[in-house]
Ligand binder design. Sequence first.
Ligand code: GLN
Ligand code: ZN
Length: 754
Amino acid sequence: MTKTHNLGFPRLGENRELKFALERYWRGEIDHSILHATAAELRQRHWKLQANSGLDLIPVGDFSYYDQVLDTSIMLGVIPERFGSSINLDTYFRMARGRANDGVPFRACEMTKWFDTNYHYLVPEVAADQQFELSSTKLFDETRELQVLGYQPKPVLLGPLTWLWLAKTTGDFNKLDLLERLLPAYSNILQRLAYQDVEWVQIDEPILVLDLPNAWRNAFELVYNRLQSCPVKILLATYFGELGEHASLTCKLPVAGLHVDLVRAPEQLTAVLDNFPNHKILSLGLIDGRNIWRTDLNAALATVSVVRERFKGELWLAPSCSLLHVPIDLELEKDLEPTIKSWLAFARQKLTELEVLRLAIEEPEAAEPELAASAAAIRARRESGLTHNPAVQTRLSTINDSLTQRQNPFPVRQEQQRAKLNLPAYPTTTIGSFPQTPEIRKARADFKRGLISEADYIRQMEQTIEFCVREQEDLGLDVLVHGEAERNDMVEYFGEQLDGFLFTANGWVQSYGSRCVKPPIIYGDVSRPTPMTIRWSRYAQSLTAKPMKGMLTGPVTLLNWSFVRDDQPRATTAYQLALALRDEVTDLEHAGIPVIQIDEAAFREGLPPRQSRWHDYLDWAVRAFRICSSGVKDSTQIHTHMCYSEFNDIITAIAELDADVITIETSRSNMELLDAFIDFNYPNEIGPGVYDIHSPNVPTTQDMIALLKIAGERIEPDKLWVNPDCGLKTRQWQDVKPSLANMTAAAHTLRSST
Ligand code: GLN
Ligand code: ZN
């Protein structure tokens, strides 16, 4: 008997129903009963869809109004004091987003990326005297809801060690000391599920694919020995990578089953089979839960055969991880190029693939037509002319070290740039975008729908650019930008103009809470048919004598925020992107743009879970950036921008990018993250953000002078730039203007005092 199951399903709905219901609730347009009804309807729809696909066990508990990590914290009764002690839906939203529907502001919990995905979870906050108390019945209620429908539930629970690992501590103590108090709460949950006749519980412990300190490794035995006494069967789920040196330990844990990710880490199979006992259940993650390509079912079956030769126990089949990270249904895409569409599978199609696999194992003959179709699709994709572009291939083969080097080292360039740009000390600039007003959005939408002519559209954009340039001149900024009014999104804007990219109409993936992204699909060789940004930057420069900064999204960020083809190494795709962007960089230079910023907002996000693989990633990611940025003269100044705060572990790679100037996020952390740059003695110029653009507050001149003074103690003042944390597109002119005026005033004060 081979069973099929799923680790989690996207929860917002195929038309993002939950997103819209949440946002209406937050605006006070609907009450909680309507929100609850929408949620219940979505859960049932998704359960039925999964059951109709043929799954034996249906996940429950993967639904969330905002985030499953926050749900776990609430279930355990872990609520920071500032939110009060009563727990209800509004407390939940205050923790998640800083306010419920009553407008009263709270400091929300911190949010950060879920492993190496673009999903964000809310960071649990634990204190040394933390108590744990079962404080929510959500999981039990939803389990009952599913049982009433007659399906076999598999509640999904974030494991105690992963939950704790992700938590931040208030005060200085060892989080592991909390285990003794935490485990009874988990036992309690499992007991209650057992009372509800639940047979299987999936406990997610994805930290088993990370490098772990010994104390944490050892804690696994303790925890699962303890939970063993609960009268449910535990399926321990690991995903996003390889168990590596934890393989033997993990296989021996006293749980009833283990799920392993064989898409991300197929090579771990041998180690698992070497250690896995026949009396347990082995769940094979064979369908990619992180990407949208159709599975090579024959290859997956070959893996099953390898397993079968050595493992005699019960086998389960599943996607590699929760399907949260892929869009719901390919069938909704009516306008996709049909050939490429036939290469794809979204969540729903992936579950169908799973059933074909099961059929192929149980009744090979019955599955033959499906397997033949799978093989044909895989072959068609491999042989398709659509993915190959000989010119790109030829150019790739010419990449050599000289393509990754500026003409001279930074000190030489710095001198030339200073001579050319003639900037004051503490030069001021912004990160690129200015407020996206309703008029700007309307102009873009009208143009897209054909309601206004191209000439009209260009005129409107040029007017916006002119307005933006004049504002910046009035504010006294030193390096200006054109404002990015023409861009809907920093990835989509470039993807739409590059060959090799494809966009879906409805391929939404949850990023956090009600926020979704629609990642483009890179299906083929990437090239740039025509310049992408030159007309706007050139026009902007024509309006002013101040230096204009050209603005591009970097190759690594375009890659990390897309669904990337899996038929060649990611590095190869990154190099193709880099070559295409390199041409844009040199075209900007030829158009008279003296400063060019290459945004790498997602550079860090691509770091693999295991440190042993960082080197490889950083190596090609840095190389891609340098290919993109090195085609210019010494006197052209290259900026990069990274809007996040953890640099300590990758600072060497950041320096190797060899950008002349890097702007980073620091204002919230009070310049703490500059520490990485000092310890390392970062060689080039730095703009630590002094204006927190994620808040509608107007920073005062004094605040910003104070931040710059702290920065000046750590970094030589002649290397310092003055700028906001990130782009201003989500802000309003009414707060941007006074904020930037205060910022330039801060720079003036520092100039006159030195
Ligand atoms: N240039 C982009 C902007 O200003 C950068 C955005 C980002 O880093 N996320 O909007
Ligand atoms: Zn940013």
